[in-house]
Design a protein around this ligand. Structure first.
Ligand code: AMP
Length: 588
């Protein structure tokens, strides 16, 4: 745990009265039923994320408010009001119906942060269609794996991404009945075997009755990575909307007057829960930027768009720190009142840098794909202990648990003891399964506790401190990367006999993917082969997932049962103690 001084909060720090002022009192009086009442629903028990996020504002007379301001490099910002979003999502929903796509069919979305991504996502939810957003930085292999695991019926993408990543691979995705293309130049597309989104939207009616969905109907599918096996499709339901609302209120402190910027891509659960749903529920105006990180661009957006609440990630903050305080000083951010961050450990220096350079500390919070929403957070209501993820939000019960030999777990009550972070099941956005993998889902729970796979500590004041992952997954620039997926892609190359992939510490992006490979007979470990393997992995996996470094090794350490010992590879690479090597092949 860090010993950085505490950042004390007083009412003078607030530019508006926060939604959560008295943390302890709110935790005591909290109930999910009361949250449900705040979210006045559709009649007759229908719960639909898109209705709450979009249509409700038209009913409430707030339809003219701007929902999104879409920014791109060379075009003026494009504002879309809640009323326009309602019309467009109605059209998309009707377009799906005209194609015979119905409730429980699955729409995959592969695109940058363009308006059609958000229209498609929300329009499909109105149709009861399950939505699975994918990273546009994925290569063809992770895309095909996920579409096949999720038996996608429809793919919404752009003409350029289709040409680069889908066209040649389409017959490997036999469940896909329709491919809908957005022309990146704003025109129309005429690619054989696909449909043009602009034309579909033009010819669809803008009136639509939402398909009745219940709180337990599946709304979203988000793939996440584990240590072994294929990616896991975390299943989320429409009832998750209650968590999106509550956490938008407590952890992001959203007020309807806010201009809000969540920098996450909807290919990651943060970009869906907090880049799309939560801000719309709260009726705020969201800024969405299509471009990638650039320090000057980002400061320019924060200033010019008058962003008041900003939700970003540690890697981005560290890149801004690297760009220097002088750059920051050229962009006075007088409207900014709250900054939050998620996805990887946020070092205390970054929290302090926010306070000193931007005038506001960074509020770290914690959650994961499976939880569907923020669980532990630093809120405006209480002091920050830099380096800590904060405290469980009202409605969330967290604990540090120790595994018992009989397979059970016990809660560790003493402070500052390391164990696995666990959450008491029952919050509305808890994932309802891993797609087609009941066994893997069941293993995440012991009794009432959901086990997160993260190691953490809780201090005497109830603050949680991240220690590390309990498994081998890698967090690189916020992306959770399964080593198995990277190893499999490398093994497809004829030169590779075996591969072991680990995360190497990196001061900016947290961890950097490094692969160790041993070669088949007849291949020499040359520089040319190394470059070829790097290129092979990049083409297959895409830049976000591919290893940045490859090292040749004659033999990789294996357990007697044949599993590559990534933990040992990492310990050796970093010069750390090797720990228990009793299962090592050839060991004692
Ligand atoms: P994902 O499911 O891709 O969102 O990744 C979730 C994982 O990211 C968590 O299980 C943690 O390992 C890590 N993570 C998320 N937020 C934080 C945080 N604030 N501090 C440290 N690690 C985090």
């Amino acid at each position: 745990m860090d010993t950085s001084p505490i950042i004390h909060k007083t009412a003078d720090d607030w530019r508006v009265e926060p939604n959560l002022v008295d943390y302890e009192a709110e935790c005591r009086s909290f109930s999910w039923d009361a949250i449900g009442r705040e979210l006045t629903g559709l009649p007759s028990g229908v719960v639909n994320i898109a209705w709450h996020a979009v249509d409700r504002h038209a009913v409430d007379g707030a339809g003219e408010r701007i929902a999104f301001r879409f920014l791109a490099a060379d075009t003026p910002g494009r504002p879309v009001s809640y009323a326009q979003l309602r019309t467009q999502t109605n059209r998309f929903c009707n377009a799906l119906r005209a194609l015979g796509v119905g409730k429980a069919d699955r729409l995959f979305i592969l695109s940058g942060r363009i308006p059609e991504l958000y229209i498609g996502l929300l329009g499909a939810l109105k149709n009861g269609t399950v939505v699975c957003p994918l990273f546009s930085a994925f290569g063809p292999e992770p895309i095909a794996t996920r579409v096949n695991l999720g038996t996608g019926t429809v793919l919404l993408t752009t003409d350029a991404l289709y040409a680069r990543k889908i066209a040649k691979w389409r017959d490997r995705m036999p469940s896909l009945k329709h491919v809908l293309l957005v022309a990146e130049d704003g025109g129309t597309t005429s690619e054989p075997g696909t449909l043009d989104v602009a034309s579909l939207l033009r010819s669809a009616s803008d009136l639509c009755e939402i398909t009745p969905t219940t709180a337990e109907d599946i709304a979203l599918l988000h793939f996440t990575s584990g240590t072994t096996g294929t990616p896991k499709g975390a299943v989320h339901v429409h009832g998750a909307v209650a968590t999106h609302w509550a956490t938008g209120k407590y952890a992001l402190d959203l007020h309807a007057t806010d201009i809000y910027w969540c920098t996450a891509d909807p290919g990651w659960v943060t970009g869906t829960s907090y880049g799309t749903i939560a801000p719309l529920l709260h009726g705020v105006t969201s800024v969405v930027d299509q471009e990638e990180f650039d320090a000057e661009r980002w400061y320019g957006i924060l200033r010019n768009e008058r962003v008041s609440v900003w939700y970003t990630a540690p890697t981005a903050i560290r890149m801004l720190m690297k760009a220097g305080a002088d750059t920051a000083k050229r962009y006075p951010l007088t409207q900014l009142r709250f900054i939050a961050s998620v996805g990887e450990p946020l070092n205390p220096e970054a929290v302090w840098w926010g306070k000193e350079v931007l005038g506001l500390p960074i509020h770290d919070n914690w959650w994961q794909t499976e939880t569907g929403g923020i669980m532990i957070a630093n809120t405006p209501a209480f002091d920050i202990k830099p380096g800590s993820m904060g405290r469980p939000l009202p409605g969330i019960e967290a604990a540090i648990v120790r595994h018992r030999e009989d397979g059970g777990v016990e809660v560790i009550n003493e402070p500052n003891m390391q164990g696995e972070l666990a959450l008491k099941r029952g919050w509305p956005s808890m994932f309802r399964g891993y797609l087609n993998n009941e066994e893997r889902y069941r293993k995440c729970f012991v009794g009432d506790w959901y086990l997160t796979g993260d190691l953490a500590e809780r201090d005497a004041d109830g603050y949680y401190w991240f220690v590390g992952r309990a498994d081998d997954v890698i967090k690189s620039a916020g992306h959770l990367i399964g080593p198995f997926e990277v190893e499999s892609a490398l093994m497809e190359h004829p030169a590779v006999a075996e591969a072991g992939v680990i995360g190497m510490p990196d001061p900016i992006i947290g961890e950097r993917v490094k692969a160790f490979v041993s070669l088949n007979q007849g291949f020499e470990p040359t520089e040319a082969l190394r470059m070829e393997l790097l290129a092979h992995a990049r083409t297959r996996l895409g830049a976000a997932v591919a290893p940045k470094e490859i090292a040749f090794q004659e033999q990789l350490p294996r357990t007697r049962s044949g599993k590559i010992m990534r933990r040992l590879l990492k310990a050796r690479e970093l010069g750390l103690p090797e720990g228990d090597t009793s299962t090592l092949e050839g060991g004692t």
